[in-house]
Every structure is written in C-alpha cells, then in structure tokens.
Design a protein around this ligand. Sequence first.
Ligand code: ATP
Ligand code: CA
Ligand code: CA
Length: 188
Amino acid sequence: MPKTKGTSQKDKRDSGLRTVYLALGSNIPPRKYYMLESIKALHKWNPDRFRVSKCYVTRPYMGLDQAAYFNCCVSFQTGVSGIELLHTIKQIEDNLGRKREAVKWGVRSIDIDILFMGSDIIDIPDLTVPHYDVSNRDFFLMPMLDLDKTFVNPRTKMLLSEEIEKIPQNSRTYPKAIRTTKLCELNN
Ligand code: ATP
Ligand code: CA
Ligand code: CA
C-alpha cells in the first residue's frame, strides 16, 4: 500500500510510551455511575499519569431526539497498541451493559472512543485514530482542552482550541460543566 506522507497506515505494536486521550459519553441513567465506573476501570487497567477532565452535560449531537449526555475525557500514559486499547474499552463497555444497537448513534449506557494516541495516526479497518470526527464535536474538544490546552491534532495540524471555534452552530452541543468532585478524584 502506498504510504501517505506523514501518516502511518498500521497500528503500532511497540510504539513506546505516549499519552492517549479517550472520550466517554452516557445518556442512560444513572449517567454519573456509568462514567465513574468506566473511569475506575480504565484507571485500574492503566493508572500511569491518569487524568480526568471536567464532566459536561451536552445536547445530543446533530439534534437527535434523545436525552442529554454526560461527556468527559481521560488521559493516561501507555505503551499499548491501538487494537489492545480498543479491545479493553469494548470490554469495559460490555461490562457496563452497552447494547450494540443496529441504529447508529443510538442511546447508550456508556460509549468510550479513542480520540488521540500521542501523535500516532492509525487507519486500519477497525480503528481510526485520531477519531474520524474529533474536529467537529465540541463535546470531545471541550474536555480535551481541560486536559491539554496546547494539544495539536496530528492529522489536521491545528490546535484543538482553533478547531472548536470552527464548529458550525448546527453541530454544536453546547457543553456545560457540571459540579462533580467524584469524577476528578483520580486526577494526579
Ligand atoms: P462514532 O464513532 O461516530 O462516535 P459510535 O461511537 O456510536 O459512533 P460505535 O458503535 O461505538 O460507534 O463503534 C463502532 C466501531 O468504531 C467500533 O466497533 C470500532 O471498531 C470502531 N472505531 C474506529 N475508530 C475508533 C476509535 N477511534 N475509537 C473507538 N472506536 C473506533
Ligand atoms: Ca462515539
Ligand atoms: Ca464508540
């Protein structure tokens, strides 16, 4: 396969330590419970430099007729491959009763997406990193900015703080930070 300049088509097995960023979302009660249990499971699996953003309440993306979401991001340092990470997050989702609906963007107890794995670019059938739609979702970018205000999207080479400004009004979900101490207890 011809290589696109600056991109790696493959997942890296042994890519060394880098910071990964995950997005969590829930819109089935009890939302805080699902978020917290996922965060605890991720922290138990990989506690190294583990951080949690603020938690936001957001409107459903693209005006879907659904209940409001809770969204946040976590980051940690790890050397695992993208596929290993994907496998782990799917297991955590399954353990928390995530139903795999036929309908895209159906309601969910918990959804965990991989947003970034350092500056890695992965384009394989089961995994796209950075997340294919990260630049269009304020409910990803807002908590990402809590974790790193100077983060640059390795695909677009743009600061996330610039990307969030460019989101058109009709795709905004208007994240509003909620007061919760519990979600951030694992910050270090
Ligand atoms: P969206 O991806 O638009 O946010 P979704 O999260 O509802 O939608 P899912 O049903 O949770 O979609 O996932 C569908 C598939 O996406 C997964 O089985 C997984 O293999 C694949 N996938 C590709 N890239 C990623 C990524 N960066 N993070 C998580 N899953 C990914
Ligand atoms: Ca998702
Ligand atoms: Ca997902």
